[in-house]
Write a protein that binds this ligand. Structure first.
Ligand code: B12
Ligand code: SF4
Ligand code: SF4
Length: 316
């Protein structure tokens, strides 16, 4: 069920589990070349890190038109409000707090529901094709379209959502008349603020360069398998995956922080099994349900990552 739109570029998806506010903008397909030029400029000035894991994410990304959709006319970029959720690991009688950031759990909204929303509410006319694209740099697209702005932490902020959101891009052969192309803009609040820089435990946010030092950004290491580097500060871990240290204290998230949700806590036994590195199938299933990470079931790599990260949360 979809609510009536409150403003021209927003709406709410009612998934029966929860309500998900969304906002979107559109750009004409001709803007793909301008977006790619932004990336080329960064590349020419040496701002695209050559860190292997980072390259693993971005080397195949570009603002190109898929061969399978030559008739695409418009790009739709959508921000979905998804609050981080808190949970605890019970361990030796203690309740160890942890966060599940926005983009790692299934909030209760299927891709089909999102696509139907775009089709019915945003395009709003029958007979048009729609294709989700995963290979575009979504924050840049959001900022250039006027949907969001960069924070000093290089995360994208949308009015009314803060940074607690996920981004989704679609191509369609429907032609939107508007071209909301904007300069690449930072939040006005960032002009006189350096709170995220001071709170980043890794020193990834720099005073002299807006582009963060990706090689020092915690999620680059805790999203993938492998041992953590020796230079990691002690006690840095606080999530299932990812990092919230620059987002929680950010003044642009003050209102959004009130939306934080909860997940079911892990029992002593579940925590112990994950910390041991080899949880049994039943425990993997129960933890995946509690933490809303169904993709962990049948993925030994994700179980491995979860075991390492949950163990790192515990006192030694
Ligand atoms: C690779 C990747 C990562 C990498 C690298 C992050 C990074 N900063 O690039 C890692 C694993 C570290 C990561 C971490 C996170 N990620 Co990530 N990630 C991606 C991915 C796959 C690509 C991002 C990308 O294109 N990076 C390339 C760089 C070049 O792009 P950029 O950061 O936009 O850089 C721009 C600015 O530097 C700007 N710029 C340059 N100079 C200047 C100067 C000024 C003044 C200004 C204003 C701007 C500016 O221009 C650059 C582009 O031209 C996207 C999904 C997607 N398809 O886009 C998700 C995505 C960006 N990630 C997301 C999330 C949620 C996160 C985390 C918050 C998760 C977490 N809680 O830990 C963290 C945030 C870390 C951080 N501080 O950036 C969300 C974004 C949500 C949001 N609100 O912005 C995305 C869109 C996933 C999704 N579908 O929702 N991620
Ligand atoms: S903490 Fe301050 S500088 Fe950092 S993103 Fe938020 S407003 Fe900008
Ligand atoms: S996500 Fe964590 S490590 Fe990366 S910039 Fe923010 S605080 Fe620093």
């Amino acid at each position: 069920m979809i609510d009536k739109k409150q403003t021209p570029f927003s709406g709410t998806i009612d998934s029966t589990v929860a309500k998900f506010p969304y906002q979107y903008r559109t750009l004409p397909i001709a803007r793909l070349a301008d977006l790619q030029e932004d990336i080329e400029k960064l590349r020419r000035t040496g701002q695209i890190s050559d860190a292997e894991i980072f390259q693993g994410y971005v080397s195949q990304m570009s603002f190109s038109l898929p061969e399978s959709f030559p008739k695409a006319q418009s790009i739709i970029i959508l921000a979905l409000s998804v609050p981080p959720r808190l949970f605890h690991c019970q361990y030796n009688g203690q309740h160890i707090p942890a966060t599940m950031p926005s983009n790692y759990y299934e909030p209760g909204l299927t891709g089909k529901m999102l696509t139907e929303t775009v089709q019915n509410e945003i395009i709003g006319a029958p007979g048009y094709q729609l294709k989700q694209v995963y290979t575009y740099h979504l924050k840049l697209l959001a900022v250039r379209s006027g949907l969001g702005r960069y924070g000093r932490n290089n995360i994208c902020y949308v009015d009314g959502m803060g940074s607690f959101l996920t981004l989704h891009a679609y191509l369609t052969d429907y032609r939107f008349e508007t071209d909301g192309w904007q300069e690449i803009r930072a939040l006005e609040l960032c002009q006189d603020c350096s709170i995220c820089l001071e709170h980043c435990p890794m020193g990834a946010i720099r005073a002299d360069n807006f582009v963060i030092d990706i090689k020092r950004c915690l999620p680059l290491y805790n999203e993938v398998q492998g041992s953590f580097p020796d230079w990691f500060p002690a006690g840095v871990h606080h999530t299932f995956m990812g990092c919230m240290k620059c987002q929680y204290p950010c003044p642009a998230n003050r209102a959004a922080l009130k939306q934080l949700g909860q997940l079911e806590d892990l029992t002593e036994e579940e925590t112990r099994q994950f910390a041991s590195g080899s949880p049994d199938e039943a425990t993997i299933l129960s933890v995946s349900q509690k933490l809303k990470v169904p993709y962990m079931v049948g993925s030994p790599e994700t179980v491995d990552v979860a075991c390492r990260n949950l163990k790192a949360l515990l006192p030694v």
